[in-house]
Design a binder for this molecule. Structure first.
Ligand SMILES: CCCCC[C@H]1O[C@@H](O)C[C@@H]1SC[C@H](NC(=O)CC[C@H](N)C(=O)O)C(=O)NCC(=O)O
Length: 221
């Protein structure tokens, strides 16, 4: 079958969690990077963006947009979405929480310097006081290696991505969360994830001023 093709900017944004899931599932994918307004307008004109927005993922003969819908489809397709509805809703709940945290970080890149610092500091505070305490307790109460069932799932991938992203902002962010530290090591050593964390993978770096400029240019905001 043809490899999935991802259409987005050459940066993390909303697409990074999709890259993580595919990589963790051991699925090779291709990427088309939007560098110009014309590329984006052509996708719109060709009717390929349902709500006029990216991420766009071509997979299984479909053109999917809406990040959470894409993630949900991929999680189910690669058996990372739980063994029954009760596990699936827990995975979705945990994933949604990490996506909210990651979006705070992603959008901060587009704020003026002082506001950006304030937003990033708030994201770190939210990680330490809202999100990570919840996941630490889940791991403690659940007493398993993974967040849901005793099986690796999309929720584990999202949590690892969130942990690594927050550590880029504050290296000591896990200092009060011993179980999350162990979780990070355990999940990072899963072969497909270990490979994705090596230099040269399709993982994207944190957003820089060039990336912000390109996205602003394309989206004209
Ligand atoms: C670090 C970069 C990430 C921040 C920037 C991204 O967040 C968004 O605010 C903008 C981009 S993503 C690009 C943006 N896409 C979305 O907002 C998608 C939202 C949708 N609910 C989804 O989850 O996929 C876009 O196409 N906008 C055009 C426009 O709406 O007319």
């Amino acid at each position: 079958a043809a490899k999935p093709k991802l259409w987005y900017f050459h940066g993390r944004g909303r697409m990074e969690s999709i890259r993580w899931l595919l990589a963790a599932a051991g699925v090779e994918f291709e990427e088309e990077f939007l560098e110009t307004r014309e590329q984006y307008e052509k996708l719109q004109k060709d009717g390929r963006l349902l709500f006029g927005q990216v991420p766009l993922v071509e997979i299984d003969g479909m053109e999917l947009t809406q990040t959470r819908a894409i993630l949900s489809y991929l999680a189910a397709k690669y058996n990372l979405h739980g063994k029954d509805l009760k596990e699936t809703v827990r995975i979705d709940t945990y994933a949604d929480g990490t996506l909210d945290l990651m979006l705070m970080v992603a959008l901060a890149a587009f704020k003026p310097p002082e506001e950006k610092e304030e937003s990033l500091a708030l994201a770190v505070k939210k990680a330490k006081t809202r999100y990570f305490p919840v996941f630490e307790k889940i791991l403690k109460d659940h007493g398993e290696d993974f967040l849901v069932g005793n099986k690796f799932s999309w929720a584990d991938i999202q949590l690892l991505e969130a942990i690594l992203t927050m550590e880029e902002l504050d290296a000591s962010v896990l200092s009060d969360f011993p179980l999350l530290k162990e979780f990070k090591t355990r999940i990072s050593n899963i072969p497909t994830i270990k490979k994705f964390l090596q230099p040269g993978s399709q993982r994207k770096p944190p957003p820089d001023s060039h990336y912000v400029e390109v996205v602003r240019n394309i989206l004209q905001f």
